[in-house]
Design a protein around this ligand. Sequence first.
Ligand code: SER
Length: 600
Amino acid sequence: MDSNEIRKRFLAFFEKRGHAIIPSASLLPENDPSVLFNTAGMQPLVPYLMGQKHPQGTRLANFQKCVRTGDIDEVGDNTHLTFFEMMGNWSLGDYFKEEAIQWSFELLTSKEEGFGLDPSRLYITCFEGDDNAPKDEESATIWTKIFEKEGLNAEERIFFLPAESNWWSPGDNGPCGPDTEMFYDLTKEGLNIKNKEDFLKADDSQEVVEIWNDVFMEYKKENGKVVGKLENKNVDTGSGFERVTTVLQGKQSIFETDLFVPILEKIKELSSDYKEKEARIIADHIRAASFMISDGALPSNTDQGYVLRRLLRRAIRFADNIGMPENALLQLMPVIIDKYGSHYTNLNIENISNIIGDEENKFRKTLKEGLKETKDYVMKAEKGDFKVIPGKVAFKLFSTFGFPLELTKEIANESGVDVDEKEFNEEFEKHQEQSRTASAGKFKGGLAGHGEMETKYHTATHLLHAALREVLGEHVFQKGSNITAERLRFDFSHPDKMTDEEKTKVEDWINEKIDMGLSVTRQEMSFDEAKGLGAMGLFEDKYGDKVSVYSIGNEPNEICSRELCGGPHVVSIKDLGKFKIKKEEATSAGVRRIKAVLEE
Ligand code: SER
């Protein structure tokens, strides 16, 4: 089954069962500074799992873009990736275990509507219970009935496991709960699993692989402890698209599926000394980088930008290693867009190519010199007693030659030499502190709590968007947004550098509204109604029939901003402080970026 068909079937299956299909949220979490990238399908939906009403109802289904870099060193084997898509269906206080499990089974095994997998190769795990929650007999009973109907012995395929494997929570705070996981037997002949021991062995040797996880989120965690139940009983299911594709195409490796074969073929065509593992790493990293860039990340030395830079520079090194010419990575772009462009319409080939090309050129300027210097240090360390490159040296390689720590480590490790990471981190933090204090300028933070400050910046972002359209024209649209407790960052379409006069006009326009102390109101309405009112449809496709609209203005005739948005926002803008643009710069052709602060 071709990956496009899998995509189509998953969504059609749940749409038919009353689910609204919602597009993937951005890889860069919009108002969640606790993670750099979305790491799970549920992350953008946390507020709704916690009880907020979702504008599209109580049944949702989606493909969510995710990035996990924890296993970056494993990329190149058969199963690991940095970027992946998670398929999920969601019940927000709607259906619970019965339907969720029944539908998982139907989708996996139905030949007409689903994936047509063999039920006799399916194995299930359920939560065995602990102090937080009881044994999940309910799920096991549902599964037992399903297997019995198929004429299969349920006792030999349903196993109870502890929280380490069958309890899911995204972190120390938020929604969580027991889960039931589905595993598929990949062996040629089929295994003869009789009990839990057999199953755990097969799991260890990857003869069975997890293909789906139904989490029953009815509990709440605070500071790492389960503290009680949520308002609603929710269902969060997650199934790795690439993994399911591998299973359905009968392959041993993610890289043998139609999601990767065309990219690898192109790499082969472009390289004079092709090596499979290096090619896989390049394919993974460039695919991940393309998605990160399309969601607004730019290579830099901090946060998301650092991860992106590290992926790109690593890919460039491996490209050199297999004899790809300079800038040949850009030729992978059309292949990637061809595969994903129709599902992710913000993948803009020109924008991505510009940024990757620039980064390669920047890196090449220092690559040779940096490599030489790194190798010199490695040799010195090899000769010395310690076999460790001091963190200060690694930091210098980072700050002068743009060598991410991990790159220096990789080069050093090739000769059995280590890097003093602790010292590197100390240097790094010292440097960060310095630049933070320098850029914070006069801003006196710390008066408002973090969440509160971010909410203020979120509302200020709406004001900025409206002000830019007022001052520069109606061609201005939001291209990206990022908020921390210290500042807002806003990307928008506009061809030219802003003049000082334009910047002042924008600031004045916003500060005037703040002085008026306008209030912010939220309304739910149909998408067409919102459009009729001229609401800004940011990321239009993120919303469905029912949308939530935030307006700024006391009386209907003085509304100065109206946007489709999930919130949260301040109630009145009178306490936002003074809006000040700190920086205005280009991010790519036709896109400008503003960094702004709210001063006391
Ligand atoms: N949150 C669960 C997971 O990531 C199910 O979506 O596996």
